[in-house]
Design a protein around this ligand. Structure first.
Ligand code: ARG
Length: 434
């Protein structure tokens, strides 16, 4: 019971943040063929009901393979892309039609006692994609395999404005009436970029991107992702396909791309409505950064230092005092949440400064934020031409000693501070030369 209440409260900020935003959710035909697909559809339905503008892009490779096999047609691939001749194209159209109808049917379910009860989803698909031939790649004529040339973004916007879910199949048409076979990753990426989507989400066989030590990477910058791709031979096939697409999207304005497991029931919801997610989130800018505080950060700072004031680790500051001194603060931000802070009180005459109110949220300790905040304060101090930094602490002496501070005494403090020194707190003085 408590867990439920906690969970739904924790999800609320994401519900607010996502309402009215455009997400592109993409998956291969294997996701549709799987028994678990109904679960995915329920989750799509839930996202739609929360006011997220959904563009769903699907592939149909296994379905194409099955039809080709049934008709004894051979089909070849070059660099992971099918070389589509006329026969193969017929199979692609048949497969894409089947898959699309299946998705539409499931999105139309309205069974009582199911997550779809009361839902009335309208799914739109149409001639939104204009395609061009891939042409000759590495000396191979790709025939009817194509690329996206143009997207009728206005038409898609209108459908989304009407409250429809837009379903995009991996086929595109040319102005001369030809049909081209496209890849789901390219279609999804182009849609995300050109529709100004905030998210592009791939459901894949892998549960996310792993590093050389096989650790799942929860967050990945595009720069680090590119480094991983330089050793693509070590990556599973799905990641080799979807990671470059995710990078391209992020480098072209999509805020975040996510790679999550298609085998984990509810992965979409966990990824979207929890802070840490379950898969890998790729973004062009690092999630965490240190910056000067503004008046809007007062609440966030109080929530970080409040508990430490209670415990007597930090000196109590009123909201009013914090507001008037806000420009002395720097904050560490993670995904738009304040997770740490520190302040610099300068005594310019004595060319000395106090590093104060250094605090990091318990969930983010030992990740280097404290150090980053301290470095930022040191830089500020140097800019103010201070030569020394001191800190008063009752609890965390070793932390400062390990970072270049040495034990000082009250005599090291500026005059004004000596007069205010609180003998009852029995703080230790630590100083560092800059
Ligand atoms: N729920 C948030 C979002 O969708 C954060 C997800 C974090 N995911 C991760 N793999 N680190 O933006």
């Amino acid at each position: 019971m408590r867990a439920f209440v906690h969970w739904i409260r924790a999800a609320a900020p994401y519900v607010h943040a996502f309402r009215g935003k455009t997400f592109v959710i993409a998956f291969g035909g294997e996701v549709v063929a799987d028994d678990s697909f109904l679960g995915v559809v329920h989750d799509l339905n839930l996202l739609h009901s929360l006011g997220i503008r959904l563009i769903v892009a699907h592939g149909c490779r296994p379905q194409v393979e099955a039809i080709l096999a049934a008709q004894n047609i051979d089909s070849r691939y070059a660099n992971g892309v099918r070389i589509t001749d006329n026969d193969a194209m017929d199979c692609v159209l048949e497969a894409a039609g089947q898959v699309r109808a299946r998705i539409e049917a499931l999105l139309s379910l309205g069974l009582a006692n199911s997550p779809m009860a009361g839902a009335r989803n309208r799914v739109s698909s149409g001639n939104y994609l204009t395609a061009k031939p891939m042409g000759i790649v590495d000396g191979i004529d790709m025939q009817l395999s194509g690329e996206v040339r143009r997207i009728d973004t206005e038409a898609i916007q209108q459908r989304l404005d009407d409250g429809d879910i837009v379903l995009i199949s991996p086929t595109g048409y040319s102005p001369t009436g030809e049909i081209f076979n496209l890849t789901v990753e390219e279609v999804a990426t182009q849609c995300a970029v050109r529709m100004d989507a905030t998210k592009l989400i791939f459901l894949t066989d892998a549960d996310g991107v792993r590093n050389a030590r096989r650790q799942l990477l929860s967050d990945l910058s595009t720069t680090d992702a590119e480094k991983l791709l330089a050793r693509a031979d070590r990556l599973p096939p799905d990641i080799r396909v979807y990671l470059p697409a995710a990078i391209r999207a992020c480098n072209n304005g999509v805020a975040r791309a996510h790679i999550i497991s298609r085998h984990h029931d509810g992965a979409l919801l966990l990824e979207l409505f929890t802070r840490d997610g379950v898969g890998t989130m790729i973004a062009a800018t690092a999630l965490a950064h240190i910056r000067a505080a503004t008046i809007d950060d007062v609440g966030g700072i109080l929530s970080i230092i409040g508990p430490l004031e209670e415990q007597g680790v930090l000196v109590r500051r009123s909201r009013e005092r914090l507001e008037s001194e806000i420009e002395r603060f720097v904050v560490a931000e993670y995904d738009n949440h304040i997770i740490g802070c520190a302040a610099l009180y300068a005594f310019p005459q004595e060319r000395i400064g106090e590093l104060a109110a250094l605090a990091v949220h318990p969930d983010f300790r030992r990740e280097g934020y404290g150090e980053a905040l301290m470095n930022e304060i040191e830089q500020r101090a140097r800019r103010l031409k201070l030569t020394q930094l001191f800190v008063l602490t009752t609890k965390t002496a070793h932390w400062f000693l390990e970072r270049g501070f040495r034990t000082g005494s009250i005599a090291d403090l500026p005059q004004q501070k000596q007069a205010l020194y609180n003998y009852q707190r029995k703080s230790q003085v630590y100083v560092k030369n800059l």
